[in-house]
Design a protein around this ligand. Structure first.
Ligand SMILES: [Co+2]
Length: 337
C-alpha cells in the first residue's frame, strides 16, 4: 500500500504513534515469546524471522493471485479469496486488499456490496502480517489485451527490479528514485511522483521514511531496516489527486465516543487491527450494515482517518509493482519474491 506525499509529513502519523499504549491483544498470536506490550514498544529491534515468514506468505499469495485474477471476476470475490488464503497460510492481512483499476492508482478496496468486475489495468496490492511484522507487495494485470498496459506493467516491474539491484545500507534515497524514474522513462512512461515507497516497522505500515519514485534531491540515506519499494508508471501527467473516500480507515485516536455502537466498533478495531489499515467491508462483516453509521461517527469524532482513492490527474492508466526488502549492514533480501 502506497504513501501519498503531501509536501510534508503525513498529518496523521504522530497521533498514531501515541496509540502504542493501547491494548491490542489478538494481534499477537505467540504469547510465549513476548508480551504484546513489549512487542508494541519494541520499535528498534527487528524480528527478522517474522518479517521473513510474512514475506514468504506474501510470496505464496502472489502465485495464488495469478491463478484467481481473470477478466469479469468480481473484485469482491478476489479480495475475499486473497484475505482468506492469507489466514489459511498462517498470516493476517496487514491492510485490506487494494484492487485499483486503470486511472485509480491506489486505495480502492471493494465495499461489502461492491459489484465491480475485474477489467482494464488492475493493480493487486496486498499485505500480510505475522504478529505485527509486515510484508507489503503488489502486482499489475492487463485484463484487456492492451499493448500500452503491458508496456506500463513492464516499466513498473523493471523499475522495481533495477531499484532492488542498487539499494543497500547507506545508499541515497534519491539515487533509488532516479533509477526508478530513468527505467520508467526508458519505457516511454512517467513515474507518479507524489506516490512513494516507505519504511515498515512493527505494526506500522508507513514508518516514517518515504522512498521517492524520482530524484527528489534529498540527501537522506537508507538505514538498516524493512522497506517497501513501489514504483508506479503512467503515460499521463504523473501525479495523483485525492478522489472519493475509499472505505479504508486507520485508527488515529482512542478518544472517548458516546454512542454505544461506535464504542463497540472502536474496541474491536483497537483489538483486531490496532493502527493497521482496515475497511468498512470487514466491519460490516462483523457488526452488520448498521455499523456503517458507527464508522461515520468515529470518523467525525476524530478516532479514524479515512484514506481517499488516489486518481491519476490526467485519467490515464497506472501500473504498479512492489516488493518488501530487509536491508542489513552488508546484505539486502527481498522478502516477498
Ligand atoms: Co506499500
Amino acid at each position: 500500500m502506497t504513501e501519498k506525499s503531501y509536501g510534508g509529513a503525513a498529518p496523521f502519523r504522530k497521533q498514531g504513534k501515541n496509540l502504542k499504549n493501547m491494548e491490542h491483544k489478538s494481534l499477537v498470536n505467540d504469547k510465549n515469546l513476548k508480551t504484546e506490550r513489549e512487542m508494541a514498544e519494541n520499535d528498534g529491534e527487528l524480528d527478522k524471522a517474522r518479517v521473513l515468514r510474512a514475506g514468504k506468505i506474501a510470496s505464496q499469495l502472489r502465485e495464488f493471485v495469478k491463478q484467481i485474477v481473470r477478466p469479469g471476476v468480481p473484485l469482491l470475490e478476489i479480495a475475499e479469496k486473497i484475505e482468506s488464503k492469507t489466514a489459511e497460510l498462517g498470516g493476517r492481512p496487514a491492510f485490506p486488499v487494494n484492487l485499483s483499476i486503470n486511472d485509480v492508482a491506489a486505495h480502492y478496496t471493494p465495499s461489502h456490496d461492491d459489484k465491480t468486475l475485474a477489467h482494464g489495468l488492475l493493480k493487486v496490492d496486498f499485505g500480510v502480517h505475522v504478529d505485527g511484522w509486515i510484508a507489503d507487495t503488489a502486482m499489475s494485470f492487463d485484463l484487456e489485451n492492451s499493448g500500452e498496459n503491458r508496456k506500463l506493467i513492464e516499466a513498473a516491474e523493471k523499475a522495481l527490479e533495477n531499484a532492488i539491484k542498487i539499494v543497500k545500507s547507506g545508499a541515497r534515497l534519491r539515487d533509488i528514485g532516479r533509477e526508478i524514474q530513468k527505467t520508467i522513462e526508458a519505457h516511454g512512461a512517467y513515474p507518479i511522483i507524489n506516490l512513494s515507497g516507505h519504511s515498515v516497522s512493527h505494526l506500522d505500515l508507513h514508518a516514517g521514511t518515504t522512498i521517492p519514485n524520482y530524484d527528489n534531491e534529498s540527501s537522506e540515506i537508507f538505514d538498516e531496516g524493512v522497506y517497501a519499494i513501489e514504483p508506479f508508471a503512467t503515460p499521463g501527467n504523473g501525479r495523483v489527486y485525492d478522489g472519493k473516500p475509499s472505505g479504508i480507515y486507520e485508527l488515529v485516536s482512542g478518544r472517548n465516543v458516546r454512542s454505544p455502537i461506535a464504542r463497540r466498533i472502536l474496541d474491536f478495531i483497537t483489538e483486531e487491527y490496532y493502527t493497521l489499515p482496515f475497511c468498512s467491508r470487514w466491519i460490516v462483516e462483523k457488526f452488520g450494515q448498521s455499523a456503517l453509521f458507527g464508522l461515520k461517527q468515529l470518523e467525525d469524532n476524530g478516532n479514524l482517518h479515512q484514506f481517499e482513492q488516489l486518481i491519476e490527474v490526467s485519467h490515464r492508466n497506472v501500473a504498479q509493482a512492489e516488493h518488501t526488502i530487509i536491508i542489513e549492514k552488508n546484505k539486502v533480501e527481498v522478502t516477498t519474491r
